[in-house]
Design a protein around this ligand. Sequence first.
Ligand code: F0G
Length: 363
Amino acid sequence: DDFEGRGVWRYADALPFDEGVSIQEGDTPLYEVPRLEDDIGVETLRIKHEGMNPTGSFKDRGMTVGVRVAKELGVGRLACASTGNTSAALAAYGSRGGMETLVLLPAGKVAAGKIAQASLHGARILEVDDNFDTCLDFVQELASRGEAYLLNSLNPFRLEGQKTIGLEILEGFLADYEAVPDRIVLPVGNAGNTSALYKAFRELVQAGELAEADVPKLTGVQADGAAPMVEAIENGADEVRRWDDVETRATAIRIGNPVNAPKALPGIRETDGTAVSVSDEEITAAQRDLAGEGIGVEPASAASVAGLRKLRNAGIVDADERVACLTTGHLLKDPDAAAAAGGDPEPVPGDFDGVLETLSDDA
Ligand code: F0G
């Protein structure tokens, strides 16, 4: 089953091929969240949950295209640096395509679910004693020496697939409200999605399918401890300064050198968007807020909702806005963060009276 014409591949006209190496990616839910919408105080809030892709993150949309291109080129080994999700997706799509995969991960800084995926799908995993940005330096060097084909978001074919996130959001809003969203809020690491969504919208404008004035405001959110894009936006800088020391509970976006910044900065500026950073505590609170609506996300994903709340409180986002928040990865990616945010189970004795007694203690 090549999934031709469905999910990501429904948008084949906007992609370099008609079909890909597919595990049935895309067509993710655009959830209503009435309580959260009320609580944050915007006209409309919808959650585009990319955690509902085959390997549990948006990376699958990029890999179905990128791995297809690699197959076409007949390359030997596929490689990426990763904070976890890219490695899980590369391992899965690489093995589906019958190719060898190599992933470089920052030691001790990748969530358990992601390493388990990369491992079971058969990637060779190197744990580097440094951060993600150094891992990406190494993979770029391997690629330039012809040792591997690079499948990080520097690979433009990845971003072609990720454009479909933006196309699905617009279609969903048009179907439900007969208008596209005013704003799309998304977590930012390497700024691949920010670049991909901007490209998708520019192509629609060029094709006469979307009015320039209707392009949603691209609004990026980073963690306080890894916020070089926010720094550049706030300073009106043309270049992003690489942060050598980064730290955040949201390990997926623990990134100090957003390699797609040259494409993403114009995207944020020209759509009249903005960028904001949030604390780890705000991220965990947003993770609980989403969980309270039945939506399970990993910490980096919750950054979008945390950022929206912060911008709404600051009056930068207006009450009459229609907003889509992107949640990029599934709760099960980072079970340790979820358990810490949720709290511990209560031990009870193995008899029914003990259970009753524990329950009556609450009264
Ligand atoms: N959210 C999650 C869950 C991610 O895994 C990533 C990136 C991002 C957001 C940031 O997206 O780079 O397009 O701005 N993860 C990469 C990885 C770095 O290796 O899995 P971006």
